[in-house]
Design a protein around this ligand. Sequence first.
Ligand code: BGC
Ligand code: NOJ
Length: 810
Amino acid sequence: MKYGHFDDSKKEYVITSPKTPLPWINYLGCESFFSLISNTGGGYSFYKDAKLLRLTRYRYNNVPYDNNGRYFYIKDNGVTWNPGWQPTQTELDSYSCRHGLGYTIFESSKNDLAASVTAFVPIGDNCEINKLTLKNNGSSDKNIDIFSYIEFCLWNAVDDASNFQRNLNTGEVEIEPGVIYHKTEYRERRNHYAVYGVNAPVAGFDTDRETFLGAYRSPSDPEVVEKGAATNKVASGWSPIGSFQLKATLKPGEEVSYVFVLGYIENPKEEKWEALNVINKKRAHEMLERYNTTEKADVAFKALCDYWTNLLGKYTLETEDDKLCRMVNIWNQYQCMVTFNMSRSASYYESGMGRGMGFRDSSQDLLGFVHLIPDKARERIIDIASTQFEDGSAYHQYQPLTKTGNMDIGSGFNDDPLWLIAGTSAYIRETGDFSILDEMVPFDNKVELAKPLMEHLRRSFNFFDNAKGPHKLTLIGRADWNDCLNLNCFSDTPGESFQTTGPSEGPVAESVFIAGMYVKYGNEYADLCEHTGLNDEAKEVRAKVAEMYKAVTTAGWDGEWFVRAYDANSNPVGSKVCEEGQIFIEPQGMCVMAGIGVEEGLAQKALDSVKERLDTKYGIVLLQPPYQRYHLELGEISSYPPGYKENAGIFCHNNPWISIAETVIGRGNRAFEIYKKTCPAYTEDISDIHRAEPYAYAQMIAGKDAANFGEAKNSWLTGTAAWTFTNVSQHILGVRPHLDGLIVDPCIPDTIKEMTITRHFRGNIYKIHVNNAAGSQKGIKKMTVNGKEIEGTLIPFEANQGTVEVEAVM
Ligand code: BGC
Ligand code: NOJ
């Protein structure tokens, strides 16, 4: 069952019922100002950091679900409704919500009155614009009251949700005609305030929540709206809100538009005040002036659309399969931008109060983002590397605003260092910009400890010189990619953090997954050494990699698949000798992606085992059989009921690893089958089962051992976005950046007979036409570049070629 449809020409998903199984959200903003917006107008806004600079309040875990957002109450002839249906939930005569790239449009109607709301964050500015248009489609005049509503957050979202003894006293606002300034804490240490304005004369305003809603009432039926008259109350403490009342008289056929702006303003310290406790509003006035007509708002909207058209033009696919095209050309890349911006901080499942940017998460997000805006990727790499410690380990997370590591989680996740190599290597392969390696980058955010980025990568790799266990495999530390495999944790006390309990280091517990990473990213590091004249170092690195390869194919091989790990007692995890958790997905994917066991036939065996033991109709589960009881020696993984999350859920992030691994051994049909199983566009028809957005990947789909098999959770912020895009664009479609140029080596299902990929790469535009009339799954028989035949699959890079015509025959 579906709740809407894709509109590919507009690059939108059109939701046609407000009662989706879960709130289906979109992200506005792709620079510094961000908003989450659901298909009923719910969500919140923040500047740069969802924890520290939150503009509007959102209540997670609320009943009813998703109740707080930017709302417009329309009161027409005694009936009050919202264009997004919430919060009044008045039945609408028609409703649609179009989630587009960086914008959302509601189009609804009730009793011959049509409303549309276009919500977006303009490029280059720190505000959310809501353009509201009302049109009288009836045959008599209408006198309409409009009430807008937002609820301010007192900036620090954690305090805001907990420190009420203070918070209920600090709230302050200032008012001008048609403008509300939220200035809580501005009198003390903040140099920023929020501005909320509308470009038309208002009949009144409200700024105090309780006055607006009425005692013991909720946004579903505010007293002020019921009475039809704003109170003009100036908030003092309690909970400041922003609400305007507007009055419109519309003749039949007549329409009116208003532009509402919610903005973030920062003043230089010396320019904070206009007079005693009167804030300096100059920048706010300028901002409101930029959007004070519908024409200006429309121009900004058009600029946003052009921005996205241009970005997405960097990789486009034309082929018969619509679903594949819409994922490759639109939604997967879009989600890569969102994950790049948000890491794992703010979604409807990540409260924006916990994790900031994750070291491993953001490093992997780069893989799917780097082709879009390489300069931003460069900056991110430097930020991430700055949180590395001198021994090569790293802070696991950092706050986007301060860009410094989070002490409370600290370090000790031993996969982290290698992901830095992954991200940097992807950046250089994309751009050819080796100069990044010379960039001076602090350790532990201390400038005095700065060393060239190359030294950071070196220490990432060499970290394992002193971090190998009894089987010569890499030590796991607190955890590797699967941060629920806590082999040094041994937690038996409720509420203890699995992430930080126990020693971060143990001399014994080893990860075969990290060993696979060591081989893959060790080789990529060696490539960088060779390209920068460090040939001796490259040799040393390859020798260490070869030793690890050996350890993986011996101690790390279980006979039919790769072992997952060795625990703190050196017992295998993910082995046939285990009672539960005999086979795990991660080492099968990572080791084969690293090329381990391909020649020896182990790779194919491992992937066949995955198919036999882990595959389901909705995707590949993380492990089998699931843990039925809590294992002290394994940690959080065994805390989840069977089938959920890391305990045998379909953890979408690692499905593309298996798909890529299949391309390594040339099985295009299987690679594509795996790709499709978790791909939103292909599962749109089962939205009632899947329940999450059909245009974005979710972190997890409940596995076959769960009661709700097939139900997705944790949509949007997942490394799945970057890895599925890497998989489909570079490995299945096969257009892959290399340090020396562009590789064209598709591994596709035999049903794709023809395709054209347009790839912008280092200033050239490659138009790659692939002819697969032969119905092959892998292998280029012949390739011509601008008419000249070349050997192999690598198109060597030459600058300033303009458009390059590539013809590849499989
Ligand atoms: C989740 C993991 C997540 C971790 C982060 C765990 O509870 O299961 O998926 O990465 O928390 O803190
Ligand atoms: C989600 C986390 O964000 C990520 O860092 C981790 O790798 C996966 N969960 C797997 O546990």
